[in-house]
Ligand binder design. Structure first.
Ligand code: COA
Length: 520
């Protein structure tokens, strides 16, 4: 890789930020051995060296994912077969900021640092980001878009959203393909274990692990009636976060800082399994009904509808809700996921992170829109009123609920899939919804040109859930149930390679220090 001119005095160089000694592997080693070393040393890559200790390749987590996707056996595959050979390297004396630009340009996350022929370190995007963070705040503040739009804050192998393409994925699979072809439990398995179950027995063992964890422990069940009765208006997500907090305390979840991966995973499995039961129990209690015990013989979505409605749902409803649930498990570094990771980065317990994430999700700009989108449909009422209603709303400066997205500047792939699901369920609202969608997109394009506003996941989600008998108050809690799986996956990833997330802000108030005035 080309080197840059001599660093200016005081500039930090690659040598100042690189990690060393480097975790290495031999070309003849198996991938299983190299992967174990990466896991033990908590690194995302190993540099492959020859007998003279020269860097001849690099092997990263992405290569492991490729291997898993190809169905190859890591205990026989050799490092030399899967590494990227003859890797680009960087010299230790180049400026860290120039190195950052090079890594970003090439799309690398790690690059070996070589002095002459000698491997002296490895530098990662993360190391270089650290340097960016200690630049004077004024320099950064101009670069940081409001709302952190587009700012990369972590490496993740959970998934990603490609806003311009209208595509998102969990691990290496399109999330929409997963929703179309696998049950929710398989996707949960994929996220927690890094691969899909290959045999039915694996799925069944996983489901058998989940089933008993759905049951609310008696010490939590005892306090649910009080939580459900709190407040003049029942806000299901508020009740849920209170109950999850109680649940984590009752089960004695320990600070993630003090737990190993196995204990944290156990907490995560239990939390993901119990959240649907808590949602249904709280809602039923508030309606004056007894909670319904979960059924071990029903899969996630069918059991959820059963615990809510008291009867086994028609298969079409369970399948539709399951697709919605799968499509909302994860979605990049959205506000609630980021919240969960920030809380985990402090070393707090998994319950604290999930409770915080539920709080973030409760805001209408994030998770609170599906019932509002349905409400909009009801307010508009008939197709002939749509144009005038939508135009007036946008002209007033109102947001049309179920439209617009921070990342998608084209059709939200979740909304396309849910439109299909809604179509297959039929119902009188569907024709009106399609008309409102087309009119809103046209009106937004005319009144908000260039903003590229289309339907988001929430627009058709409301229609699907309504059709399957889920009451509007439970739309966002239903979203929170599946998203708990995504949050927990991120919590596990954050805890496995943790660094306290602690950004800075630019102070823009009256210039300090000013004398403290006496009280009048
Ligand atoms: C999701 C959302 C918060 C993303 O917002 P964002 O990336 O911060 O976008 P901005 O607030 O910067 O909006 C950009 C412009 O588009 C407009 N806009 C965005 N979403 C809009 C909507 N749903 N209706 C009308 N105008 C909208 C904004 O008014 C703004 O216009 P301006 O440039 O004249 O000020 C936003 O689109 C929204 O509020 N949508 C409605 C709520 C919703 O559906 N939430 C569920 C999300 S999955």
């Amino acid at each position: 890789m080309p080197d840059t001119p001599t660093p200016a005095p005081g500039e930090r160089t690659v040598a100042d930020v690189m990690s060393h000694p480097v975790v290495t592997a031999q070309p003849a080693e198996t991938l299983a051995v190299a992967a174990e070393r990466m896991r033990e040393r908590r690194v995302g890559s190993v540099v492959v060296i020859d007998h003279d200790e020269r860097a001849i390749g690099i092997l990263t987590e992405r290569d492991m994912i490729r291997l898993a996707a190809a169905g190859s056996d890591s205990s026989s595959a050799k490092v030399s077969e899967w590494m990227t050979g003859d890797p680009d390297t960087i010299s230790p004396d180049i400026e860290a900021r120039a190195a950052f630009a090079l890594l970003a340009e090439k799309g690398y996350r790690h690059i070996p640092v070589v002095d002459g022929q000698r491997l002296v370190g490895i530098v990662s995007m993360r190391d270089l980001m650290r340097v960016a963070m200690i630049q004077p705040a004024a320099a950064q503040a101009h670069e940081m878009p409001k709302g952190l739009e587009g700012v990369v804050v972590a490496d993740t192998t959970v998934g990603d959203v490609r806003g311009l393409e209208g595509f998102y994925h969990y691990r290496q699979y399109s999330a929409v393909d997963l929703a179309r072809s696998r049950p929710l439990e398989d996707v949960w398995y994929l996220l927690f274990k890094g691969r899909l179950p290959e045999r039915r027995a694996e799925r069944e063992t996983f489901m058998a692990d989940i089933a008993p964890r759905r049951v609310i422990p008696p010490a939590v069940a005892d306090v649910l009636p009080a939580i459900a009765r709190s407040g003049d208006t029942f806000v299901p997500l508020d009740a849920l976060r209170t109950a999850v907090s109680q649940y984590a305390a009752t089960l004695g979840f320990r600070a993630s800082h003090d737990t190993d991966d196995a204990e944290l995973r156990d907490n995560a499995m239990s939390t993901c399994a119990v959240v649907p039961t808590l949602i249904c129990a709280l809602w039923r209690l508030r309606q004056g009904f007894e909670p319904i015990e979960p059924r071990a013989d029903l899969a996630y979505a069918a059991n959820y509808l059963y615990m809510m409605q008291g009867a086994e749902p028609p298969p079409g409803h369970a399948a539709a809700v399951e697709k919605y649930l799968i499509s909302t498990i994860d979605h990049g570094f959205n506000a609630s996921t980021f919240t969960a990771r920030v809380i985990t980065s402090t070393g707090a317990d998994l319950g604290a992170a999930v409770v915080g994430a539920i709080g973030a999700l409760s805001g209408p700009l994030h998770g609170g829109a599906p019932s509002r989108a349905l409400q909009m449909l009801e307010e508009i009422g008939t197709a002939d009123r749509a144009e005038a209603w939508l135009r007036a709303a946008v002209e007033r400066g109102d947001r049309l609920m179920g439209f617009g997205h921070r990342v998608y500047k084209t059709d939200d792939p979740r909304s396309l899939m849910l439109r299909e699901v809604a179509d297959s369920l039929g119902g009188d609202k569907m024709e009106l919804a399609r008309h409102i969608e087309a009119t809103a997109v046209r009106v937004l394009d005319e009144l908000k040109p260039g903003r590229r506003l289309y339907t988001n996941v929430e627009f058709y989600a409301g229609i699907v859930m309504d059709r399957c008998g889920i009451p509007p108050e439970l739309f966002t809690p239903t979203f929170s149930a599946s998203r708990t799986i995504g949050w927990c996956t991120h919590i596990l990833e954050q805890a496995a390679d943790n660094r306290l997330i602690r950004p800075s802000a630019q102070y823009v108030g009256p210039p300090p220090p000013q004398p403290v005035p006496p009280i009048a």
